[in-house]
Design a protein around this ligand. Structure first.
Ligand code: ADP
Length: 245
């Protein structure tokens, strides 16, 4: 099976509306401020940022080191809460939730991909089990056919019984993408997902993301990588905690 059916599961009310035709964006930030307090100073990482993350697109966050990219990703991934401003993911307000509420929302509605492929995976599970577990944690269990279809779509059809150590870095990152999209989260956030990959592997990861975005997945990716820029549907440029044109 190809198309959204390969990873779409509407059993859970938290995830049910993700792929409905609707103009609502996957996530929204409105006038978001984020500061960090250290023993000696207060650092303003985001100084009033507003943006919409559209569904069915790869949106790339660009900016120099220290411009606030990771801080923005962490807010939209429901890991952190802003000092002020509103953050909405999958139609749910994040900024009004406590740590427990954010964790629950994150579990159902957000996938977060780290730069290092291995950090996205559990070393002792094979590829099929990783996808099954990701779906279960998202409250959208998937049957064996669904797992196999999704792996095949990502070019991992013959790797279902391989553990991460038996996969290349690119295969690991494509498996992480599979775990990210299974169960239909509102948003897949990826922090420099191709930084550790050679060009061929990066291009396959990006092709997978582009194809899945066409089926409805919202990707929000931070990157300096020109290969990622070339795959972007839209950009958010940051400089010193603010959006710039
Ligand atoms: P980027 O991802 O673009 O490099 P960050 O969001 O990591 O930017 O950082 C934005 C600013 O916030 C920087 O000045 C950084 O030093 C600061 N910062 C980020 N995280 C922390 C933290 N946990 N404690 C103190 N300052 C931080």
């Amino acid at each position: 099976m190809t198309g959204p059916g390969a990873f779409r599961f509407d059993a859970d009310p938290f995830t049910a509306d993700v792929f409905r035709e609707t103009p609502a964006p996957a996530a929204v930030c409105t006038d978001v401020v984020k500061t960090y307090r250290t023993a000696t100073e207060t650092v303003t990482a985001l100084a009033g940022v507003s943006l919409e993350v559209p569904r069915a697109q790869v949106t790339v966050v660009v900016g120099p080191s220290g411009s606030g990219k990771s801080s923005l990703l962490r807010l939209l991934a429901c890991i952190d809460s802003p000092d002020s401003g509103a953050v909405t993911v999958g139609g749910a307000r994040v900024d009004t939730l406590g740590a427990r509420g954010r964790r629950r929302l994150r579990q159902r509605q957000v996938a977060y991909l780290f730069q290092r492929p291995g950090e996205n995976l559990l070393p002792y599970l094979d590829a099929a089990a990783q996808v099954r577990l990701a779906a279960q944690l998202r409250g959208a269990p998937v049957d064996d056919d669904g797992v196999h279809d999704l792996l095949a779509r990502l070019g991992l059809g013959d790797r279902a019984d391989h553990r991460p150590a038996q996969l290349s870095g690119g295969e690991q990152q494509r498996l992480a993408v599979a775990c990210g999209v299974v169960g239909g989260p509102a948003l897949v956030v990826a922090d420099e997902p191709t930084a550790e990959l050679d060009t061929a592997a990066a291009e396959r990861v990006l092709a997978a993301m582009t194809e899945l975005a066409a089926d409805g997945v919202a990707f929000l990716v931070s990157s300096h990588d020109p290969r990622v820029m070339a795959a972007a549907d839209g950009f958010v440029h940051l400089d010193r905690g603010q959006r710039v044109p």
